[in-house]
Write a protein that binds this ligand. Sequence first.
Ligand SMILES: C[S@@+](CC[C@H](N)C(=O)[O-])C[C@H]1O[C@@H](n2cnc3c(N)ncnc32)[C@H](O)[C@@H]1O
Length: 377
Amino acid sequence: MGVRLLARTLRGMEEVCAQEITARGLGTVERLRHREVWFTSDEPDARLLDLRTADDVFLVAAVIRGVGHTKADLARFTQPSRTAPWRRLLRLRGRCGGPATANRIDVVASYVGKRNYNRYDIEDTVGEQAAAALGLPHHSRRDGAVPDDGQPFPIRVTVEGTEAALAVRLTERPLHRRAYKQESVPGTLHPPLAAAMALLAGLSPGDRVLDPSCGTGTLLIESRLTVGGLRTLGTDHNPAALAAAVANATAAQPPGDTAMAQPPGDTAMAWAVGDTAMAWAVADAGRLPVADGRADRVLSNPPWGLQVAPGGTLATRPAAYYEELRRVLKPGTGRAVLLLHDPETHLSLARAAGLRVQDSRPVSLFGSHPAVVTLSG
Ligand SMILES: C[S@@+](CC[C@H](N)C(=O)[O-])C[C@H]1O[C@@H](n2cnc3c(N)ncnc32)[C@H](O)[C@@H]1O
């Protein structure tokens, strides 16, 4: 029988995450739940850690049914938390590239919908039972921060409707925390969402991919780590953001990819006319240094968000952003995948510039509800 796993992702990106699991041959997708993709694998291994659209991957320890919303329902967690095959999962975790040892229990719980108990009630119930089963200490989060020393055994509990899942995270460090992301700016993109946008863009080796408000470069870096042989150009009007993008790209550079970290400079036109593999340039997204019809794909989260104000020409004329997208996208096959806060306002500007909406997917992002929108020229 296959090993049951679940990948947690952003609300709205479950389907994209399922597609990545299938495309990478990591297992057979069984079902989707709120923020979760459940799948089985006969031979799970460290390739699971390559998943880019998932925030984290877990080994399923137990499924508990009939969990209602009253405090009495907490009792339903007791027996499964005591009898779950924790030791076998700890060994399996080692086989999947995670630590195979632990010296304390760490439980995080979340649920969908209203309940008469809270996350700490669930965490303490599960934590005490798992601690007894494994002979390890458990510290309640109810009283504040838990010690972050030693090697935790990270148990995740999720409850949706009347079904709860107990699962063990594969890695010590969350998968969404990318080692390359050493430099950050306000509004920087959550890497698994950047990876999901790259997948939605349908990138092919050799494509010219532009991010005209690239910030720290997350979208282009995730694109390059997903598909080889791209020719990417990141521009931003803020030189400090570009410097951060170059630093991150240097840290992300896979072996053999010498193009990841060009210093910002006069390379945009080279990208526009030639075969430069990766370029960064200071530029205003309302006046791009790119020839007409040059970009196969545009990937971006423009500065209409909650944390970054548009500067340059966009401060007074946001429509210029969409007019430039329309101009630089390759006619017919060109596509732009954008993360838009306030999609209604911006889609009317995009339509006015002659762009067509191919797809729009709402996503929940730390309390905000933007949309990932695909436009064609
Ligand atoms: C939401 S952030 C992008 C974050 C980026 N995706 C990342 O992961 O770090 C928007 C970016 O737009 C840039 N920006 C603002 N006005 C601009 C303009 N007129 N031209 C180009 N970039 C601009 C800001 O400097 C900021 O880096």
